[in-house]
Design a protein around this ligand. Sequence first.
Ligand code: MN
Length: 211
Amino acid sequence: MSVSKIANPEITLHHGDLPAGISFGTSIAIDTETLGLAPQRDRLCLAQLSAGDNTAHLVQFAAGQFAAPRFKALLLDPTILKIFHYARFDIAVLSRYLGVMAAPVYCTKIASRLVRTYTDRHGLKDLARELLGIELAKEYQSSDWGAAELTQEQLRYAASDVLYLHALKTKLDDMLAREGRTDLARACFDFLPTRARLDLAGWAEEDIFEH
Ligand code: MN
């Protein structure tokens, strides 16, 4: 099954914050696009959100415009699970620019590493292909996310990074339960905000747990 065989997602672009009155239910998939991979240097440009219902809400941030009270409230809401792929990076970036640490979180990459021990391929593209039979395009991953006007291709690519996280979580949760690793996964997810704080505080490369 290729992406083209899936119904066209509904993508809505917002500027600066989510609109009032929007609700995503009890779990929300989130991804971010930045100017690069160094959170202290490369600013947050876009946050993508999906309730897992083939719709995506994208919030575009202009340089230095990070008030976003509604988005921040959602990131902090203890009743809403935030699902990421490689949460460690996204929650560090969100913390650095919005000043709030997202919680509770779920990470499809950590879940994958805990159950898909038969492979070292844990990218979103690898998970979507193996677990969902979906081929994700990655050609816009490295593009200018700081542009004032994002292209339709960029918006579609950005949305595709959150549209399948709920479906992946369902598959990975089954595998975690099968292998008796659900509790270990939860403990890892709960540590992710601390892991992100270590990254931002200068311990990104050094593993303070190693001998
Ligand atoms: Mn992305």
